[in-house]
Design a protein around this ligand. Sequence first.
Ligand code: ADP
Ligand code: GLC
Length: 471
Amino acid sequence: MEILHVSAECYPVAKAGGLGDVVGALPKYQQDAGHQAKVVMPMYRTKFLYNNDFDVVHKGYTNIGDYFFDYTIIKEKTNKLGFGLYLVDINGLLDREKIYGYDDDVQRFTAFQVCVVDWIASWQFKPDVVHVHDYHAGLIPFMMQHCYRYNALASIPTVLTIHNAQYQGWMTWEQSTLLPPYDDWKRGMLEWGNSINPLASAIKCASKVTTVSNSYLDELKYMSNGLEALFEYEKGKCVGILNGIDTQVWNPETDTYIKHDFSLATVEEGKAKNKAQLCETFGLDVNKPLFVFIGRLVGEKAADLLPNVIGDSFYYIGRRMNFLILGSGEPDVEARLNGMMPLSQNDYSCYIGYNEGLSHLMYAGADFLLMPSRVEPCGLNQMYSMRYGTVPLVRNTGGLRDTVKDIAEENGYGLVFNNASVGDVCNAVWRACDLYSDKSLFTKARAQMMQLDFSWETSVQQYLALYQSLR
Ligand code: ADP
Ligand code: GLC
């Protein structure tokens, strides 16, 4: 089959979070399974762009409303990511340093999507399925089905994968003129809650909808930032497919970001060396268990709890552990985490910012990973951490619920709690300290986690079966 993925992110080209990881991996494994997978994404000004060679494969001319522009599709020459990578270049709109966060993001991502559809319309042989990811590509199923210009694409099946339903890409009705012409009576297929809602539109128009874990799909029916009724109504075409991890990139035996690689057989000394490097860099005490948090410092991740979790753990459990935080996000959380630095007694530090290499070292060197997420559609951190022998402390939600089994259960290995509250997280920290001091139990949990299979193979087959059902 020929599968075209449309996404705003793709690792290692441009990544802000897990969406990038998934779109950088799934197509590679689909290709390995004997299919032709392609990714098309915006051409941002990234290192990857400047360090690789590209061919021009298409030049076009189109518009969003009154704004007419030329666009170019370039393709990375060697398929070095394991699949065909295509970038959409729109002068002045997409060629910027950041992925998101500009005032004209609506114009940028609408133009991107119009170009993608315009480009597909020029293909002699059309793809078997167009697979769109999150709201940034959410207007594509509508455009393919309802915009006259692209009538020829109406019969191509489309799949929407929802990585995060919190962000829906709302647009005003004035902005509807950015879309190619369509019959006005079709506007219901764009609308949710009196505005244009690209995610809701994709849920309505796509042939099938997937979410990145089963538990998240269940949760969306009662907690999806206003889309609850829509998920209930469209439940017949929704299915949960758990993400995998890229076991080539995330492999403690070959990880190029870390100096001290290790395997199951050498986990003890391997992790000790990585921990020593981390503790030396951040002024932490190597003899105490090391708890880390890696991620966006936002409400969804319950990052706002971290300052109090750290303070209360030190106060009630005692200064028996280290905390190290890597992330960026809400300014007040960043400020509070930074503000705690002078209070450290060689047991707390943070790095505010994005640092791919440091994240790998932290998965490798930490003893425990904190993930108190309020919402976690799948979560990749906990799977990376388990592969690197780091015990995750997770809230019982979404993909965390589907991937982590509490140590108190038969064959359990992680620590699971119910509420995103300071009390629940501190209680889990306390349980983790206990586990850390029980050497044989800790070693057993570690070995068990490292052998879990989080590879993409099963999920790739589920996606393929889904595509096949649409032909
Ligand atoms: P989300 O996509 O919701 O942020 P995921 O758990 O799916 O959450 O994926 C997060 C990805 O982003 C992981 O690869 C994680 O290591 C990475 N990441 C998040 N924040 C940072 C950061 N500040 N520096 C480096 N990597 C980060
Ligand atoms: C989103 C979700 C995260 C998921 C990732 C990849 O960013 O927040 O839980 O793992 O997408 O699907």
